[in-house]
Design a protein around this ligand. Structure first.
Ligand code: ATP
Ligand code: MG
Length: 435
């Protein structure tokens, strides 16, 4: 195929076998969210570029180098394919004044776009399920969101995902910590490597991530954010932890967990697995109390998280998640003399009649011999073939042939077909388990 007719690198087709697994996953997700009172919201895939610059922050990986931004050639507007969902969700909540009658629990899913280097678990179009609770201030909602994640892992049968937790305090507290960090590293400037020297004033937090063994000691001794938190921040963090402990959810406090987006404060968390190699974070989130005001709305606290669907599905499959067969009940074979019109007309009527009764039917289209049609029927995975020839058509009957069991084929009157199939399916499921 010519190069121009390939999908864009890092943007994947999800073919039917996989797409059915996705749908199954989405169904589990939908009922899980319903169980916690979250309601769906759907936002556009494209938003004005300034929304993301203002929400995510200009000195973040996403805004600096990962956004698909372009100029609308018709009106010159600057647009961006959404790299994440929180900004658009908050924009929608503000635009439609959704918080007018109290807090809201909302969720969405769909593709997100980031211009990253594609690799396993990291794509340029990837999918998230995003969960946002808006208008809630206390640690209870943070804890509930974390607990609900645990329930989803349980619902999916996922093991080996651990919870990392941290608090970022409030902006002023981070500012004081930052000043203390700079002072600390300035005192030990001689021991800083070139990278750290460069970051000292721009982003001293990043020095804490240094892997340079020669710097580990001064990194270890650097001031800790927790020591700069005020009473309220500490209480909030303690509140989250107490609820998690009570729910029996183990966690590790990771002081280096800072998240890549600017808008977080207080609680941040990530769910991480070792089973996926380098791309092990399957879910990440936290509190973003300042975002709504930052976007010009009436201040309201909020808390949310997003899951990477590709990573979760990879984990699900690696840990035995299986597609429940999504089958066709009946493959309808029909052929008659001449144009085969009588048989064909009956076939259409029979197919629609079966669908009226809730059966999934593939009607053979495209003609061909009985033999070739039966081959298709076998390959379709259907439970039964229903066969209509001139003889059947004349008698208002069909031939019902089991494809997955060894039973005999038999003639059945058209008006009894749905009932007979129902009985046979019931017997079949009784012996073989559900389809
Ligand atoms: P990472 O550190 O892996 O780049 P991130 O901090 O950029 O992740 P978030 O913006 O918090 O990720 O997005 C939430 C989740 O979405 C991630 O934990 C991950 O599961 C998933 N995710 C993020 N970027 C990608 C991507 N490019 N491809 C696939 N999944 C992704
Ligand atoms: Mg990233």
């Amino acid at each position: 195929m010519s190069q121009t007719l390939q999908a864009i690198r890092g943007m994947n087709d999800i073919l039917p076998d996989e797409a059915e697994l996705w749908e199954q996953f989405e169904e589990i997700v939908r009922s899980w969210l319903q169980g916690y009172g979250y309601r769906p919201i759907r936002m556009p895939l494209v938003e004005p570029t300034p929304l993301f610059a203002r929400a995510i922050g200009t000195v973040t990986d996403i805004v600096e180098k990962e956004m698909y931004s372009f100029t609308d050639s018709l009106n010159g507007e600057q647009l961006t394919l959404r790299p994440e969902g929180t900004a658009g969700c908050v924009r929608a909540v503000m635009q439609h004044n959704l918080l007018y009658d109290g807090p809201k629990r909302l969720w969405y899913q769909g593709p997100m776009f980031r211009h990253e280097r594609p690799q396993k678990g990291r794509y340029r179009q990837f999918h998230q399920v995003g969960v946002e609770a808006l208008g809630f201030a206390g640690p209870d909602i943070d804890a509930e969101q974390i607990m609900m994640c645990q329930r989803l892992w349980d619902d999916l049968g996922l093991e080996d995902i651990r919870l990392e937790l941290n608090t970022l305090g409030q902006a002023e507290e981070r500012q004081q910590h930052r000043s203390a960090l700079i002072a600390h590293f300035e005192q030990h400037a001689a021991q800083l490597d070139a990278d750290a020297q460069r970051r000292l004033h721009a982003n001293p937090l990043r020095i804490l991530d240094s892997k340079n063994p020669a710097m580990q000691e001064i990194v270890e001794r650097a001031p800790k954010l927790i020591d700069y938190l005020g009473r309220e921040s500490l209480q909030h963090f303690a509140g989250v932890q107490a609820l998690l402990k009570d729910a029996g959810i183990p966690f590790r406090i990771n002081p280096r967990l800072v998240r890549g987006l600017d808008y977080y404060n207080l609680t941040v968390f990530e769910w991480v697995t070792e089973s996926l190699g380098a791309q092990g974070t399957v879910c990440a989130g936290g509190r973003y109390d300042g975002l709504i005001a930052q976007l010009g709305g009436k201040p309201a606290p909020a808390c949310g998280f997003a899951m990477g669907v590709e990573r979760l599905l990879a984990l699900w499959q690696a840990q035995g998640g299986q597609l429940e067969a999504v089958g066709t009940d009946v493959y309808l074979v029909h052929q008659g003399e001449g144009e085969g019109e009588k048989a064909r007309h009956l076939a259409f009527r029979v197919a629609e009649g079966l669908r009226d009764n809730g059966y999934a039917v593939q009607l053979h289209c495209g003609g061909g011999s009985f033999k070739s049609q039966m081959k298709r029927a076998d390959a379709s995975g259907a439970t039964f073939a229903v066969i209509i020839g001139d003889e059947e058509a004349a008698a208002a009957e069909v031939t019902l042939k089991p494809l997955r069991e060894t039973g005999e084929q038999r003639r059945v009157a058209v008006d009894q077909l749905a009932e007979v199939i129902g009985e046979r399916l019931f017997a079949w499921e009784d012996e073989n388990g559900s389809l």
